[in-house]
Design a protein around this ligand. Structure first.
Ligand code: ADP
Ligand code: MG
Ligand code: MG
Length: 898
């Protein structure tokens, strides 16, 4: 076994895999000379071993003993000593921060004997017994699996007996009594006494931290945040420092910048005479960090300096935990802090302006998912809206939904398709399910650093917190607010709107409008007018400069195409033609299918052609000068016919009076019915089987292009044949198309070269791409069908049926329809690209499946050497950004510098 335990001075911030984020950063701060209580870290190797084998690695105990002995020497005290005990915290800390998801136990080393020593050393009985009851409480919950509310209930009882609501009113005797009660709870629930041996306490706590890696809420959080499940957690053993020693002590959390807006300044909460979790748990009201300047100017000054040091060192927003023990400041944690999407863009650009990072690094530090979030709509005119209250804007966005008051209801209603807002006094890690299900979160307590705020920001979910004017009654399923006409009561199911950008809460539904970032992409907003938009503009401009990959859009209409161009599309990668056969035109398709003579069919096609031509003119005009890939008809014909059951019923009910047309139609619908339409008569098969269909479409395209040229335009249509599996299919379709193109050129006197290519969406096509490229001037990967046919499952049938289970079982981390399965389907893409280009070096290769707008997939397509991706117009900016990031990340081996 390699070395398993590291002193803080042995680590640094780049060792997160081994030491976890918390440990690596404690080590980094120690080596920066900041005041960190000494301690050591048990590596993630030990955790992985424990999780796999069920026991800790053989050498662990001895290594811990050695590091503990060194720590005791340094501190001049030994763990749990009855005269002057060294106490430690045992803290979880994985590679990726999982706020509140795993466990920590404070005050390890206290016992019936050492509590006396601690009291004497500190000269403070209340403090010592408060610390002891905290240990039993946390140890009971975390290590012994006793329900937390048993302890909380006992505290509430003690407060009630005392006639107070404030824990500070409980004195030393009350704490002593609580310790007795807590020990009794432990005895009743576990059948054993609370362990008195300090080392036994420590070892049990370490194992409990290992185990907390696989707690339900940790698993759920990892799935949500796409954190791999096999990393394990490190364990930090840290000398205790005490914020609960009296009013000259306290504990706090802070950010070096506002994680909501990115503004530089002092953001944090402080709580006097308190320990650890008290700040975020909302047991008492915290004060803004600025107040510390009055309470303890020396510590405040030192803290400000340290925050500056950390910002400059990490070159990013940091969040920190600190404790003040009798006027002495201690740093307990730091990490590069989570932030909103808007703050991510703003901070990245601010750091460039401060010369702390370069613009490439700024590009690496934002991502497409964040950009997508900034494109969500927000509340428009709120003048007429019924404002209930205004509170802390914790995570931006506009959310509208029905108020619900517990997570189970949130999940249940969301599953029924309802939009809900989860309303709580405060949230805790057990609310994660409900938070995921809700559109937004509203709490009446806690500030920007509360659990609700931190987790919501991480998920990109709208959150308003600290709405302390609201009286939230979870049991009754309602909240009350003082309105101008007396009290306003909002009950479960009533619609509310919450604005995570302003902190406003409204009764009823407030209409939404486009975000400023979308207005900017639309060209309606000067980037200089808004700090966020200007940050987006600078990073997007740089992404465009860096990227090699082209970005096109999937668009079927002139209007969408025009928007795509405004959003930066360099062409259309996919125009579907099927919608051009719907609506009133359905009649014509029916006639085409029912035609019993060549003439009848030709007549139907002849009527369709000018309509198609009009559609194409519109798109080619919107995309003047840019390539437009037009896919010939793909779906099976019966999709254009009436539904089999409906038509059967209609004909049956009409009996003898059924029309000839309906009877014939029914016959055709029956004849065309397919067991597996996805694998049936569609794509190029249709083009080869229905005479004249593809020829009509090609003629419409050619005429539309000629019309545009005559009107002074510069059209670049490209003809794309779908669902080809063999080169012979493509050759047949191509011969026909070329013939038509030549005819139209002769007719109109306008000629030009029209590219003819194919979709690669059948695995056989990918595997014979070398042959297919002989007949194709371009490939476009239809990764939706390629995924369906590659995996052998049809999306509509399987996504709802078992994907949830598959993701739970870790068969895939994310749906392969969302992010391209790089190993399997991606390999088909790589093979086809390489072999296609071997045949035809100037082969143009793109992708037009939905993956073309997925951040991770875009980076994959970059690496696979594609020429462009094509996605829906709204995803075009995301694809541009990620294409640029792919280049910037490539140069650093895939990571940013933090
Ligand atoms: P989390 O990851 O949930 O924040 P932590 O391990 O950071 O858990 O610890 C929980 C709380 O206890 C934090 O507020 C932290 O600052 C505090 N804490 C942890 N270790 C110590 C210590 N050695 N002395 C004082 N407070 C501590
Ligand atoms: Mg912490
Ligand atoms: Mg397809």
């Amino acid at each position: 076994m390699p070395k398993l335990v590291y002193d803080f001075i042995e680590g640094n911030k780049d060792m997160k895999d081994l030491l976890g984020g918390k440990g690596a950063n404690l080590a980094e701060m120690t080596n920066l000379g900041l005041p960190v209580p000494p301690g050591f870290i048990i590596s993630t190797d030990a955790c992985r071993h424990y999780l796999a084998e069920g026991i800790v690695p053989a050498g662990l105990a001895a290594e811990v003993t050695e590091h503990l002995r060194r720590l005791e020497q340094e501190m001049g005290r030994s763990l749990g000593d009855s005269g002057d005990p060294l106490l430690v915290s045992v803290r979880s800390g994985a590679k990726f921060s999982m706020p509140g998801m795993m466990e920590t136990v404070l005050n390890i080393g206290l016992s019936d004997a050492s509590v006396q020593g601690l009291a004497k050393q500190a000269g403070n009985d209340r403090f010592a017994w408060d610390s002891y009851r905290r240990l039993i409480q946390m140890f009971g919950k975390t290590v012994l699996d006793i329900e937390g509310h048993e302890f909380e209930h006992a505290i509430d009882e003690a407060k009630r007996a005392k006639g107070t609501k404030n824990d500070l009113d409980l004195d030393a005797d009350d704490m002593k009594a609580l310790v007795d009660t807590f020990k009794q709870i432990v005895k009743t629930r576990t059948g054993s006494d609370f362990p008195q041996d300090p080392r036994e306490q420590m070892d049990m706590a370490v194992n409990a931290v290992f185990d907390s890696w696989n707690a339900d809420r940790a698993i759920l959080y990892r799935r949500q945040e796409r954190i791999p499940s096999d990393l394990g957690t490190a364990v930090n053993v840290v000398t205790m420092v005490f914020g609960n020693l009296g009013p000259d002590s306290g504990t706090g959390v802070a950010f070096t910048r506002d994680p909501g807006s990115g503004q530089q300044g002092v953001y944090g909460d402080y709580l006097q005479n308190a320990q650890g979790e008290d700040v975020v748990a909302g047991i008492r009201n915290t004060v803004p960090l600025q107040e510390l300047e009055k309470l303890d100017p020396a510590s405040y000054g030192e803290l400000m300096q340290i925050m500056q040091t950390l910002e400059n060192h990490y070159r990013d927003l940091c969040d920190i935990e600190f404790t003040i023990e009798r006027g002495k400041l201690w740093m307990l944690q730091t990490r590069v802090g989570k932030r909103t999407a808007g703050a991510a863009f703003r901070i990245a650009v601010q750091l460039v302006d401060q010369a702390l990072i370069d613009i490439d690094e700024a590009l690496r530090r934002v991502d497409g998912a964040q950009l997508a979030q900034l494109m969500f709509p927000r509340f428009g005119d709120t003048a007429g809206a019924a404002l209930i209250t205004k509170a802390i804007s914790a995570s931006p966005g506009a959310a509208v939904g029905k108020a619900v008051f517990d997570s189970a209801t949130a999940v249940e209603r969301a599953e029924r398709g309802e939009d809900v807002i989860l309303v709580r006094r405060e949230t805790n890690p057990d609310d994660l399910h409900g938070m995921i299900a809700a559109r937004g979160i509203l709490t009446s307590r806690g500030g920007k650093t509360s659990h609700a705020a931190v987790v919501a920001r991480g998920m990109g979910k709208t959150c308003v917190c600290g709405a302390d004017q609201l009286e939230v009654n979870v049991a009754a399923g309602q909240f009350a607010a003082a309105g101008k006409d007396g009290q306003l009561v909002v009950r479960q199911g009533d619609v509310i709107s919450i604005d995570g950008t302003s902190g406003a809460v409204y009764l009823g539904e407030v209409p939404v409008v486009a975000s400023p970032v979308v207005e900017y992409f639309e060209g309606n907003l000067d980037p200089a007018a808004d700090e966020l938009v200007s940050a987006v503009h600078r990073i997007m401009t740089h992404a465009d400069k860096r990227r090699r990959l082209g970005v096109r859009a999937n668009s079927d209409t002139g209007e969408d195409s025009a928007r795509a161009v405004r959003f930066g599309a360099q062409g259309i990668g996919l125009t579907r033609t099927e919608h051009m056969f719907l609506g009133e035109r359905r009649q014509l398709v029916e006639r085409l299918i029912l035609a019993d003579s060549d003439d009848g069919r030709k007549a139907a096609l002849a009527e369709l052609e000018p309509l198609q031509r009009g559609d194409f003119v519109e798109i080619l005009e919107a995309m003047d000068g840019l390539p437009v890939t037009i896919r010939l008809l793909d779906p099976p014909l019966h999709e254009f016919l009436p539904d089999l059951t409906e038509l059967s019923v209609k004909v049956a009910l009409a009996g003898d009076k059924a029309t000839e047309k309906d009877k014939k139609l029914l016959e055709e619908v029956r004849r065309l019915h397919e067991q597996n339409p996805m694998l049936g008569l569609r794509g190029v098969r249709l083009g080869l089987v229905i005479p004249g269909l593809y020829a009509m479409q090609v003629r419409a395209i050619a005429h539309a292009a000629a019309d545009r040229i005559k009107a002074g335009g510069n059209p670049h249509p490209e003809i794309m044949i779908p669902l080809v599996g063999a080169v012979q299919e493509l050759e047949a379709a191509r011969d026909e198309a070329e013939k038509v193109l030549a005819e139209v050129a002769a007719e109109t006197g306008v000629s030009g070269h029209t590219l003819i290519g194919t979709m690669i969406e059948v695995p056989r096509a990918a595997l014979t791409a070398g042959q297919i490229a002989q007949a194709a001037e371009f490939f476009s990967f239809g990764t939706n069908d390629l995924t369906q046919m590659g995996w052998g499952f049809s999306r509509d049938d399987v996504e709802g049926a078992f994907f949830g289970r598959y993701i739970e079982m870790g068969i895939f981390g994310v749906s392969p329809f969302e992010t391209l399965d790089a190993e399997g389907i991606g390999r088909l893409v790589e093979i086809a690209t390489t072999e296609g280009r071997a045949t035809r070096p100037d082969l143009k290769v793109g992708v037009c499946g939905e993956h073309g707008g997925d951040p991770e997939s875009v980076r994959f397509f970059h690496h696979a050497g594609l020429d462009y991706v094509s996605c829906s117009p709204f995803r075009v900016p995301v694809a541009r950004l990620e294409a640029g990031r792919a280049v910037a990340l490539e140069e650093t081996g895939g990571s940013d510098s933090r």
